[in-house]
Design a protein around this ligand. Structure first.
Ligand code: KG4
Ligand code: ZN
Length: 320
């Protein structure tokens, strides 16, 4: 069975084709992505109306590209999957509208997929796929959650952010430091040149005794430190602040993930969502896992941020 997946929840149009197999993980046949980053950069963030209009422009050419790369035609599609939320309403509507129209024209069913379930299952497409059960650390631009995952569709929320998401902490800190959008990759690049212990920033809820997160206070602390640096901070000061900010976010994510593993008695962690691309987070998690005899699985780097492959995969895994 071939599942076409369409992702259009925010600033990336993603389309992919996966094939189910008799036993095992569905296979990715082809995927294509158009990022709107350059278009939104001029505005310092995502402009929803521009996002919707660009999804309209991109979704059919990307679909044609994916089918051509897979050596398939429209007639080979058995199910059309799309992101049904959460996301920008107008942007979601483009993917849903195209998916439903295409499916109706082909006489095939549609399947709406939760965006976070797509992220959650995306590591199954990696060279080192996980096995159930596991603890998932879901860190995207809008969500930060720890989940116990026993099977496809069997998810138990262990903890989540009570205010900003980890990706938001990266993005907002980067913005107030003048690093532009999207902030996460920019801040982590700058952090490579800085000292992580240069500024003492808070580790919110680190010792709260539960698995919840809070990042809003950290952003305020970064703002205060940035103001103290005056009108024109040096490159070194900025790099130090970036490294200190990243260290605070990463430390909380690592410690809470380890606490979730301990509390659930599981030995396997799966990291997904855009912040899962962060090299320092991966380094610290791998180091901690090695010390404690745990396994950590990640999506391939190009499937960490939004993409169509994870939507097609999640739909195919549900159908299997
Ligand atoms: O999962 P995603 O593509 O979109 C949502 O579903 O929100 O995640 C985007 C988030 C943004 O906040 C972005 O800054 C962050 O992931 N991000 C990173 C890195 N790459 C993307 N944050 C830290 N380090 C990175 N390398
Ligand atoms: Zn996402």
């Amino acid at each position: 069975m071939n599942v076409l997946g369409i992702e259009s929840s925010c600033d990336e149009t993603g389309v992919a084709l996966v094939r189910t197999v008799v036993s095992g993980t569905p296979q990715l046949r082809a995927h294509a992505l158009h990022s709107q980053i350059l278009m939104h950069q001029a505005y310092g963030g995502v402009v929803p109306e521009l996002a919707s209009r660009d999804h309209i422009r991109r979704v059919l050419p990307l679909t044609e590209q994916v089918l051509a790369e897979a050596g398939a035609t429209l007639a080979d599609i058995d199910v059309v999957a799309f992101t049904r939320g959460p996301g920008l309403a107008g942007a979601l509507l483009v993917g849903a509208g195209v998916a439903c129209a295409l499916a109706a024209a082909l006489g095939k069913p549609t399947l709406g997929v939760h965006h976070l379930e797509g992220h959650l299952l995306s590591p199954f497409l990696s060279a080192d796929p996980p096995e159930f059960p596991f603890v998932a650390l879901l860190v995207s631009g809008g969500h930060t959650q720890l989940m116990r995952v026993d099977a496809v569709g069997r998810y138990e929320l262990l903890g989540e952010t009570i205010d900003d998401a980890a990706g938001e902490a990266f993005d907002k800190s980067a913005k107030l430091m003048g690093l532009g959008y999207p902030g996460g990759p920019a801040l982590s690049r700058l952090a490579q040149q800085g000292r992580a212990d240069a500024f003492a920033l808070p580790r919110p809820l680190l010792h709260s005794g539960n698995l919840d997160f809070s990042f809003a206070g950290l952003k305020t602390a970064v703002l205060t430190q940035h103001r103290k640096l005056g009108e024109s901070p040096s490159a070194t000061q900025l790099a130090d602040l970036a490294a200190s900010t990243q260290a605070a976010i990463v430390e909380v994510l690592v410690k809470k993930s380890l606490a979730a593993l301990k509390a659930s008695g599981l030995k396997r962690l799966v990291v997904s969502g855009g912040v899962g691309a962060n090299a320092e987070l991966r380094r610290q998690l791998n180091e901690a896992a090695q010390r404690r005899g745990l396994r950590v699985h990640y999506p391939e780097l190009d499937l960490c941020t939004d993409n169509g492959a994870m939507i097609a995969l999640a739909a195919a895994m549900r159908l299997q």
